[in-house]
Unconditional design. Sequence first.
Length: 207
Amino acid sequence: MKNLITLIFLSCLVGFNVTLKAQEITSPSDSLPSDYLERSPIYDYQDRVLNNTDSIPDFQSKEDKLKITGTIYQSDGVTPAKDVILYISQTDEDGDYELKTQNDKRYIHHRGWIKTDDDGQYTFYTFIPGTTHRSNELKHIHPIIKEPGKPEQDLDVLLFEGDPLLTKRCRKKLQKLGIDSILKLEKNDSMYVATKDIILKKEMVEY
């Protein structure tokens, strides 16, 4: 299934451009885990204390501000899931990945983490990513999730209703696979708001 989703996503996108726009370099630390360079970025929150709300870097300075909120449920679809980590990363408003480096590891600057409490709710304050003029890449956000006692798992990329590049062909392919990851935006004062609930399953995570 994961390979099929990847193929669908790639068939809707033309190119995957990563642009190095800035770097921050710090000295490697002997206290870093041995797998630090290879492990998923979901673990790289380091000494941050996670709660169920986070703001993506540069959120306040962006024009198209976006609030993504929802509830993460256990597999019954009713019980809120506690202590689940959700990580997202995205391009900037021009559709480019602003990359930086810390402890010799390159990472995407526009990223964030939440950890659910008893209510299972989460909120990200971010902005609508752009589409680079050099490709026909859909606007999208990459989520990764981590349940207690289980390995991390990539979720379906979050797409945007109203994206002119989200064609009928793409929609049909997503629908055929049962993928519902298109964010529907509502304008609330100076900010767009999207709601996306997540249901956890025993062997996989799906929307």
